[in-house]
Structures are given as C-alpha cells and as structure tokens.
Design a protein around this ligand. Structure first.
Ligand SMILES: Cc1cc2nc3c(=O)[nH]c(=O)nc-3n(C[C@H](O)[C@H](O)[C@H](O)COP(=O)(O)OP(=O)(O)OC[C@H]3O[C@@H](n4cnc5c(N)ncnc54)[C@H](O)[C@@H]3O)c2cc1C
Length: 411
C-alpha cells in the first residue's frame, strides 16, 4: 500500500491529525495496534483546549462532543494544599449565571477516544486499520516503509505522523528521545463509585497531601456517580523514595482522616492501572526527514497539570498542516519540518515553560500553603487564578518569584 501520509496511533493526537488532513482534502492511512473502543490509563480530564481545537477543525465535531452523554461537564478545579486549605477556582468567572457552554469535561478515555474514532470513520479520506501494530520503519529514498513485525501489513508513506503514545518505539529508536526520570511522571488510575463530597458543578480535585508530596492524588467526577481517582509523582522522586503508588493511594484512602470519610461507602470498580506521562519540561527535536512526533510520542505533557490530551490535539493539527505544506512543496527534508517544531513551540512553548516553573513549586509546600491561605481569603487572587486558565501571560506571573514577594507585602 502507498499513501501520502501515514499516522501511527489513533489516540487523540493521531485522530486529530487525520481529521485535520481530511478537512484539507488529503487522504491518509491511520494504523493502531488496538481495536476500538479501547481503554487508556488517564485522569480523563479534558480542558477547554480540547473543545476549542476540535471546533477549529470542524464545528460539527465540537457540537457532537458537547451533545455527547458520556461526559460530565466540569466548571472548575479545587486545589487542596498540604495544610488542607482548599480553593475552588472556576474555569470562567460568573459561570453560575450561564451554564450553556461548558469548556471542561471529564469523560472516560474509552468513550472519548472512541468518539474520535467514530469521527474518523465518517470521513472517506481516512482509512483506519485497527488491531495492527507498526513495529518496523525503514527510511528509503522514495519514502518511509512501515510494517508490522511479521510483515503481513506494509505501507509506504511520503510523511509519517508518529502519534503512538508514551511508549513509542519510533520516538526512542529513530528520534533518539529517551525516558528521563526527571522529565517523566509515573501515574496510576482507578475508578470508584459512591465517593461523597464531590463538588456540585463537578470541579476536578487535586490534593497535594503531605504524605504524598511531591506527588498528589486527584478525584475527577464522572457521570453516574463514578469518579476517576489517581496518583501522580515525578518518576525520579518515586524511584528515589521507592514509592509504590498503588499502595500509597490505597493507604491514603483508608487512613487519611478526610479521605477515609469520603471513601467510606465507595466501591472500587475495575483494576488499578499505571502508565507513564512524558513531560514537556525539556525542549526536544520533534521531527526528522519525513516524520513528525505528536502528543505523548513527542513528550508534550504539561509538567504542572499533567494535561496531555489538549497538547496532543494541538500538535496533531499542526503536524497535519505541516504535512500538507510538505506535500505541496514536494519537500520532505529534515530542514523543511523545522517549521513544525517552531509552530508547536510557538503555541505550546510559553505554557510548557511556565508549567515547568510551577511544577517546582510543589517542592516548596510552605509557599503552596501560603498561596492557598491567601487565596481562600482574597477574592482578587482567586479571580486571578480563574483567569489563569485562559491567559498564559497571567500564568507567567505565577512562575516569577517577584509575584510572591509582592503578594506577601501587599496583604
Ligand atoms: C495516569 C495518567 C493520568 C493522566 N491524566 C490526564 C488528564 O486528566 N488529562 C489530560 O489531558 N491528560 C492526562 N494524561 C495524559 C494523556 O493520557 C496523554 O497525554 C494522551 O493520551 C496523549 O494522547 P496521544 O494521542 O499522544 O497518545 P495515546 O493516547 O497514548 O494514543 C496512542 C495510540 O497509539 C497506539 N499505538 C501504540 N503503539 C503502536 C504501534 N506500535 N503501532 C500502532 N499503534 C500503536 C495505541 O494503541 C494508542 O491508541 C494522563 C496520563 C496518565 C498516564
């Protein structure tokens, strides 16, 4: 088989690239080793970026996602600092008066990813091969020759969009990007039913409890009384401290005075599973001759929030646009794809840099405590944090030491 563009991986990054190519009238082949619907270990939290980007590709996709029944609309975040002071930060100020257009969702990845696969199946420009793993990749003068291990599936492509997630062999073997524990988070996820004390507007919860630092536990409310509960910790900390994340979560739920009460009648549904989060806390080269890395395969997860779906979508769309430009110019050189990195880092770079600084805040629990204490009493600071969700310039302030100094002296 031959194609202009082959996309490895039909997760959020790969699916978005395919949908954007289809909008541009370019045919592509998408190959995924899984058969959908399939699960993906995740917190299941979708930020406003997701809907914004899907609407940019096709308003219809955004509308169908808004109407989908499998998701819970979420209106904000609750941060709980090590001193237990919590702060509710809505994504949009005054949202209570107008709940017509939610931008944040929680939905199981088995449903969200299948939604995107269904969107791909609506498009005649996209040929999707499920249950097929790409394990061999050979660059020849006429294109990339990709195949399954046993050679039963073969495809030649002018451009390869690599979107096969955190464990991408292509990223490791061809792009030469290795897992580095200080730029990687280890995470586990479970589903529970019957947790009490969830926010009535489905605020997602991040608890930076003392016994978990520098890790944290999250509770993200899903439809039908379910919630996604998990723990994340920087891999080098988890290794150095020899932390068993699963045990840490179960112990916290069983013994922490607040959690114990909230989980009293909760029931674990399914298994507790783990997976890695490759962080964008270090800038990497995301392309080479005839290929671009997208989403987790390009180590693009936000180092502070752990958000990777939105960034997978953004990079997927940019890769599609760059692939279209390469086809038009008939230029598949390494140099031509420089523009992909430039575009990705122009859009995502400022956020990733700020989040890298904020991530370090977790190392200073007293600072975190202070911020929460002040925020819980200070409406201005709370409003500022709400605006932070939309404005990177404001988030930048949070990454600057002077911001805290000014806060301290302006109390
Ligand atoms: C514990 C945990 C919690 C998280 N919580 C959140 C959260 O709440 N919100 C958020 O935004 N992000 C979260 N993330 C990050 C998020 O899950 C990822 O950033 C996101 O899935 C990246 O999408 P992707 O398309 O790049 O990769 P993936 O979603 O991993 O998709 C990759 C696809 O490639 C396929 N594939 C793999 N290898 C091959 C191969 N050789 N050949 C063919 N196909 C292949 C896989 O089957 C898969 O379908 C979390 C991650 C973890 C681990």
């Amino acid at each position: 088989m031959e194609t202009k563009v082959c996309i490895i991986g039909a997760g959020p990054g790969g699916a978005t690239a395919a949908l954007q190519l289809a909008q541009l009238g370019i045919e592509c082949i998408v190959v995924d080793k899984a058969v959908f619907p399939r699960d993906k270990v995740c917190g299941d939290g979708l930020s406003g970026k997701v809907l914004t980007l899907l609407e940019r590709i096709d308003k219809g996709i955004g509308q169908r996602l808004q109407e989908a029944m499998f998701k819970a609309d979420s209106w904000g975040v609750t941060f709980v600092a090590p001193n237990r002071i919590g702060m509710d930060i809505p994504y949009r100020l005054g949202y209570q008066e107008d709940k017509s257009n939610p931008r944040g969702f929680v939905c199981k990845r088995i449903d969200f990813d299948n939604f995107l696969v269904d969107e791909m199946k609506r498009r005649s420009e996209i040929r999707l091969f499920e249950g097929t793993s790409i394990d061999k990749y050979e660059l020849k003068p006429d294109g990339y020759h990709l195949s399954s291990k046993d050679g039963s599936f073969k495809v030649k492509a002018d451009v390869v969009i690599v979107a096969n997630g955190a464990h991408s062999g292509f990223t490791r073997d061809v792009a030469g990007i290795k897992m580095e524990p200080k730029h990687y988070v280890a995470g586990i996820r479970a589903y529970y039913k019957g947790i009490t004390g969830l926010h009535k507007d489905n605020f997602i919860e991040l608890h930076f409890l003392k016994n978990m630092l520098p890790g944290y536990i999250w509770i993200f409310p899903l439809p039908n009384g379910e919630a996604n509960v998990g723990v994340g910790m920087l891999s080098n900390s988890a290794r150095n401290k020899k932390v068993n994340l699963k045990q840490l979560m179960l112990d916290t739920i069983a013994t922490d005075p607040v959690m114990k009460e909230r989980f009293k009648n909760a029931e674990l549904t399914g298994s507790i599973d783990g997976y890695g989060l490759p962080l964008g806390s270090k800038k990497r080269k995301l392309h080479g001759e005839r290929y671009m890395l997208v989403g987790d395969a390009g180590f693009l997860i936000d180092p502070f929030t752990g958000e990777g779906i939105g960034n997978a979508l953004y990079s997927g769309r940019i890769a599609a646009q760059q692939a279209a430009a390469a086809i038009a110019a008939n230029d598949y050189s390494d140099t031509f794809f420089n523009a992909y990195d430039e575009h990705v880092y122009r859009i995502l770079g400022p956020e990733l840099q700020v989040s890298t600084k904020l991530q370090k805040l977790i190392k200073y629990p007293w600072l975190f405590n202070m911020l929460m204490k002040m925020g819980s009493r200070n409406k201005q600071l709370k409003d500022l944090m709400s605006c932070m969700f939309h404005e990177v310039d404001l988030r930048k302030k949070l990454g600057q030491p002077m911001f805290y100094v000014k806060l301290l002296f302006n109390r």
